[in-house]
Design a protein around this ligand. Structure first.
Ligand code: FAD
Length: 318
């Protein structure tokens, strides 16, 4: 079932969902199940599975030289989606990236999803690779998420690349895209970013999931501004509980988001990361309760591969 159908069916009740990261290659999928199991009692209608970009790794050749190889350390997004869908009877959403993929590869991936009965996909540009200063599209790939949404929308109309086939089998993807209450880090202004977000919706996006934020006012203002820009699809808030002290520097550095003074104060008072984890849980509960009262369609949690804190939060809300 599509995300938008889940939201409609819930009839204004806030749903619970979360995002997981594929294990590093060579690790067992059981680790993932062990983290999903405790969250299934909260009846997530869908689970997102992220996709990681390829990266350079350096292999010691033993002669003082390093061999540089390019590899994807956490492959398997679509396979994991299929495995989880089958095991838990839940909808799964693979994240599909522009970065690192040609349009052809994307088409093959979407065809796989269609055959597997995966009818929700999240269209994202992806970030620059570690060694790059700016995002560079792959040769023959998309530059912006809007173009990727366009490709998904084309498939929904039976239009495959190069028009080489007469298609009688249209896909029916429900497409999610990313939104940034504190603007995307590269965007010159929030208004400009919202203009780009509207372009994604016009290209066929059905819903938006936000970047993490720690101050609900930013989300409320974002939703109001989005309406002014004519964006009328559901905007699902993304919530991440702070878990370690270093998040105070790391999250603003990576995502260009603000952390409220009160939260900084609470985290700084902590003697160890166990206490920080509890502060993160308490803050997320307070945030989630307010968002639930506001009437958000879904509370979407970034689990980062660990479920104990998400379970502690969900048990107070769902
Ligand atoms: P876009 O919508 O393409 O926007 C990127 C930037 O370009 C923005 O600044 C935008 O304003 C600007 N822009 C857009 N169109 C144009 C245009 N035509 N001309 C000029 N500028 C333009 N990353 C991963 O690698 N894997 C994941 O699984 C993943 N999941 C995510 C899930 C969520 C909910 C979120 C919020 C982010 C996720 N990301 C993920 C991170 C995401 O890939 C990065 O934030 C990336 O830098 C931007 O992706 P986007 O889809 O928002 O890009």
């Amino acid at each position: 079932m599509k995300v938008t159908e889940h939201i409609k069916k819930a009839d204004r009740k806030t749903l619970f969902s979360f995002e997981i990261i594929p294990p590093q290659k060579g690790r067992n999928i059981q680790e993932l199940y062990d983290n999903i199991d405790p969250l299934m009692e909260f009846n997530p209608p869908f689970i997102d599975v992220t996709t990681s970009r390829e990266e350079y790794i350096y292999i010691d050749k033993g002669d003082g030289l390093l061999d540089r190889k390019i590899t994807r350390m956490r492959p398997g997004t679509v396979g994991i989606c299929a495995a989880i869908k089958h095991k838990y009877n839940v909808d799964t959403i693979p994240h599909v990236l522009c970065g690192g993929f040609t349009k052809e590869e994307t088409e093959y991936l979407l065809v796989d999803c269609h055959y597997l009965g995966i009818d929700n996909v999240m269209a994202l540009r992806g970030d620059a690779m570690n060694h790059q200063k700016y995002f560079e599209p792959s040769k023959g790939g998309h530059c912006y998420a809007t173009e990727l949404v366009g490709q998904m929308n084309d498939l929904n109309h039976g239009k495959y690349l190069h028009d080489v086939i007469e298609s009688d089998n249209k896909t029916d993807f429900c497409v999610g895209v990313a939104g940034y209450p504190e603007k995307h880090l590269e965007a010159p202004s929030l208004n400009n970013d919202l203009k780009r977000l509207k372009e994604k919706v016009d290209a066929g996006a059905d819903y938006i999931v936000t970047q993490m934020f720690f101050n609900n006012e930013k989300y409320f203002e974002f939703v109001e501004k989005a309406k002014e820009f004519g964006i009328d699809v559901p905007i699902i808030p993304g919530i991440k509980p702070i878990a370690i002290k270093r998040h105070l520097q790391l999250l603003p550095q990576v995502f260009k988001i603000d952390i409220p003074e009160a939260l900084i104060h609470e985290v700084e008072k902590c003697k160890d990361n166990k206490q920080v984890r509890q502060v993160g849980i308490d803050w997320a509960i307070q945030q989630s309760k307010e968002l639930q009262t506001y009437g958000v369609p879904v509370l979407h949690y970034y689990s980062m591969g660990k479920s104990d804190n998400i379970k502690a939060i969900a048990s107070k809300l769902f």
